[in-house]
Design a protein around this ligand. Structure first.
Ligand code: KG4
Ligand code: ZN
Length: 412
């Protein structure tokens, strides 16, 4: 550990600059009865939930747009916006009714404002402002990735600081969660996210033409197909960023290699129209293995960096894996292998809380409410942000450290 090069107080100073446009009213800080309404519209799911002061979910709903986007061959932002607009009001009336509540019973409205698709984010923000003005409630702005990172705390004892790996359709990052609003970013994807390549490859492989996968998102369909592999070693893909001594991720090369194999096999077997290649299952298995190896190796370096810089205490060696791709058991098992070697305890939320949902927004709102963080009454300052990094970046520090990780051999 080299504290001179890397003093901890620096992090604190950097972190204290955050959210200067948000009002911090400690008077709101309370542990008494409350109910937080959470609204999530950052991408293609309209998620709304109400939770109480104990984190008990009183009601929740997710209107998934997955089937419509599957039909369209991907998310079309205008269509996503129209669907959010159509869904949001019935979703909120529905959960109020289910919880046997009115807006008068709600203490604050937590809403995702960053990052995400602007046309989608704006629907949640406008509706939250409308409700807040009409019913005289404060708004708690939520960072989508922070909500993914913290939701596991709702049901499990995970004190700060802990390590977090967020893997979804829009993001891939490694961070230390130091507090509800304090994160240190150790690594992120330099191109696309794992869920994004699963969705693209599944589309190109035409997995939705196989009836049992027809209603699944790409990642889930690939996981199911991989389970049927008979020769998972048939395809081998190189380890991305193998020579880079940092914790960043890259998935573009893997996507291109897999798509190239699909193209070759289609040509070799003269596959036409809606038919699929016979090697489908083995190719999905190889893709999952390559993704898992990459995630494990970057995580391995992050664990070493945290150890060298005293970021995670010996008594709290905990890793949280969250985001839609965390549903994947194959990936989760590979990460678990590393954690047992490194003496880390691994956690993930239940599957429906890994993917986008309103509960994680309400929970993040509750954690902020109880600490008096980011409780906003002047809505003029609130706006959406399409791109928004998580926390304070230590990515350059990780690079400078040039940690010579002895990569773990994974028998996948
Ligand atoms: O967190 P999420 O709901 O939305 C974003 O914030 O991106 O994640 C959605 C992503 C999609 O790309 C989907 O294919 C992926 O999560 N996903 C999976 C699985 N279930 C969902 N990826 C791999 N394996 C799964 N079982
Ligand atoms: Zn998400």
């Amino acid at each position: 550990m080299n504290l001179n090069k890397f003093p901890r107080f620096c992090y604190r100073r950097l972190l204290s600059n955050r959210s200067s446009n948000f009002f911090r009213f400690n008077t709101y800080s309370q542990s008494s009865n409350c109910a937080i309404l959470g609204i999530e519209t950052s991408c293609d799911d309209t998620g709304c939930a109400i939770i109480n002061q104990d984190g008990k979910v009183l009601s929740d709903v997710v209107h998934s747009q997955n089937l419509i986007h599957l039909r369209n061959g991907g998310i079309i932002p205008d269509i996503a916006q129209d669907l959010h607009r159509a869904n949001i009001e019935p979703a909120i009336s529905g959960i109020l009714q289910e919880a046997n509540m009115t807006m008068a019973d709600i203490s604050a409205i937590a809403v995702t404002l960053e990052p995400g698709l602007p046309l989608s984010l704006v629907v949640g923000m406008k509706y939250a402002k409308h409700l807040a003005r009409r019913h005289n409630k404060p708004i708690i702005p939520i960072h989508h990735m922070e909500a993914h990172a913290l939701i596991t705390r709702k049901d499990q004892e995970i004190p700060f600081p802990f390590l977090v790996l967020l893997i979804s359709g829009g993001h891939c990052l490694l961070a230390v969660a130091q507090d509800v609003d304090k994160f240190l970013l150790l690594g992120e994807s330099i191109d696309c996210a794992p869920g994004e390549i699963f969705d693209k490859v599944a589309r190109r492989m035409k997995l939705k033409n196989i009836p049992e996968y027809s209603k699944m998102c790409g990642g889930q369909a690939i996981e199911m197909a991989a389970l049927k592999a008979t020769n998972p070693q048939m395809f081998k893909f190189p380890l991305p960023l193998a020579d880079y001594k940092d914790c960043n991720f890259s998935f573009n090369g893997l996507k291109t290699s897999v798509l190239l194999q699909v193209h070759r096999k289609e040509r070799d077997h003269e596959i036409k129209a809606n038919n699929v290649i016979p090697e489908l299952n083995d190719l999905c298995a190889a893709m999952l293995a390559a993704t898992s190896r990459h995630l494990v190796h970057r995580l391995q370096r992050a664990i070493e960096f945290c150890h060298d810089n005293n970021l995670i205490p010996e008594t709290n060696k905990k890793l949280v894996v969250s985001g839609g791709v965390a549903c994947n058991n194959y990936i989760f098992n590979a990460l678990t292998m590393l954690c047992s070697e490194a003496n880390y305890k691994i956690y993930r939320p239940e599957a429906k809380l890994c993917t986008d949902n309103g509960v994680m927004i309400a929970w993040n709102g509750l954690e902020k409410w109880q600490r008096g963080i980011d409780i906003v009454n002047d809505f003029k300052t609130l706006d959406i942000k399409a791109n928004s990094k998580l926390g304070v970046s230590l990515i350059d520090k990780v690079k400078e450290s040039k940690i010579q990780t002895k990569l773990m051999k994974l028998n996948l």
